[in-house]
Design a protein. Structure first.
Length: 375
């Protein structure tokens, strides 16, 4: 596998990086698969910090056709995500609009909520792996960068949890800014990376989220391309919502604010997760109680890559029906619906799921009051 080497900072364009952290031999795809495990690909996560603006980012990137070879249900399951889509829909529809172009719609949950409120709206989705697209919504399979001419046809642009996936966010914002009409609004949601790291979530930065997207730098970068935030809000400690329009007066940015001070917590996260794995290994070897990990996703991949021993691990629990019976990529474990624990007299679940911890704990205790949760 030939990786893409990041030659300059994705936020400020500097060519000077400082070594920061290497997470060795990590699966490149964070979903499930039916392929033979010998075909799974792994690569080191090589993290560096820009010397100029302090943005933490991956130095070596996975080719997009491998990284996004399939959907993996991220952002589609659970009450937190359901409410995110509901509240972001309401945030967008505070303003009237006749047409929407959504970039990177994923499982189309947001599009479905908007269409349910305004069934006659002119709605286009640009998405490399479109799924469950509502009737009446036009679809262009592919990436925004290859379909820029479509953007100027719509008075509202939307992307939810897309920007953190973009390999060149500076260029991404520049291209949108150049094509946006003066009466066009752009609505953006992206994750609160700081809080994801603080909750020790490996869904914070990884092969898909390849740089530390911080609101300080995001707002400043918009100004460089004559865009400005006119409305914003936080959704829990999960996401930021922004409404963006073309600025009324040109403004130039000399330098992005430096965010290097936020990087250290990412290194601390990996140290603490390693310590957690060591404790689980020592504890789990005392008996033979069947044990599951929760999350057929990067959460489980991270713990296993750090050396979680497999003596009593039966498999992976996940709420996505499409993952049932498949194997978590990069591991030997198959995926089961959480209901599999319902009638077990003794069972353990290893749970390290960031913002979703309490939601999942409640679900597990509801299925089996005897479940022992290791967190």
């Amino acid at each position: 596998m030939k990786t893409i080497i990041r030659q300059e900072c994705c936020m400020c364009g500097s060519k000077y990086f400082l070594p920061f952290l290497k997470v060795p031999t990590f699966p490149i795809f964070m979903g499930t698969t039916t392929q033979n495990h010998e075909k799974d690909l792994f690569h080191d996560q090589v993290w560096v910090v820009c010397r100029e603006c302090g943005c933490l980012q991956l130095k070596e990137l996975i080719p997009l056709d491998l990284l996004y070879s399939a959907q993996h249900s991220s952002g589609a399951i659970g009450a937190i995500w359901e409410n995110h889509h509901k509240e972001f829909c309401e945030f967008i529809l505070q303003d009237s609009t006749d047409s929407i172009c959504e970039i990177g719609a994923g499982h189309s949950d947001l599009a479905r909520k908007i269409i349910n409120k305004y069934s006659g709206i002119n709605y286009l989705v640009i998405e490399p792996n479109p799924q469950n697209v509502p009737i009446g919504v036009k679809v262009i399979p592919g990436f925004m960068e290859d379909n820029l001419d479509e953007l100027h046809k719509y008075d509202t642009l939307v992307h939810s949890h897309v920007l953190e996936h973009v390999y060149q966010p500076r260029k991404f914002i520049q291209e949108i800014g150049l094509i946006m009409r003066h009466n066009t609004s752009m609505y953006v949601s992206f994750p609160n990376i700081e809080q994801l790291i603080n909750s020790r979530g490996t869904n914070s930065l990884n092969f898909e989220h390849t740089y530390y997207l911080h609101p300080f730098q995001f707002r400043a970068l918009l100004k460089f391309y004559d865009l400005t935030v006119v409305r914003e809000r936080k959704y829990l400690n999960h996401s930021y919502f922004f409404k963006i329009v073309r600025a009324t007066a040109e403004s130039k940015l000399e330098a992005l604010p430096n965010i290097s001070k936020y990087s250290e917590s990412f290194k601390e996260m990996w140290v603490e997760l390693k310590e957690f794995v060591q404790k689980v290994n020592a504890f789990g070897n005392l008996d033979s109680i069947p044990t599951y990990l929760f999350g057929a996703h990067v959460f489980s991949q991270a713990l296993l890559s750090l050396g979680l021993e497999s003596k009593n691990v039966v498999g992976i629990l996940d709420n996505a029906n499409a993952k049932n019976g498949e194997r978590l990529y990069g591991t030997k474990y198959n995926v089961y619906n959480p209901k599999v624990i319902q009638n077990m007299r003794e069972v353990r679940v290893i749970l390290k799921t960031s913002h979703y911890q309490n939601e999942i704990k409640s679900q597990l205790f509801g299925l089996n009051s005897n479940v022992e949760i290791i967190e």
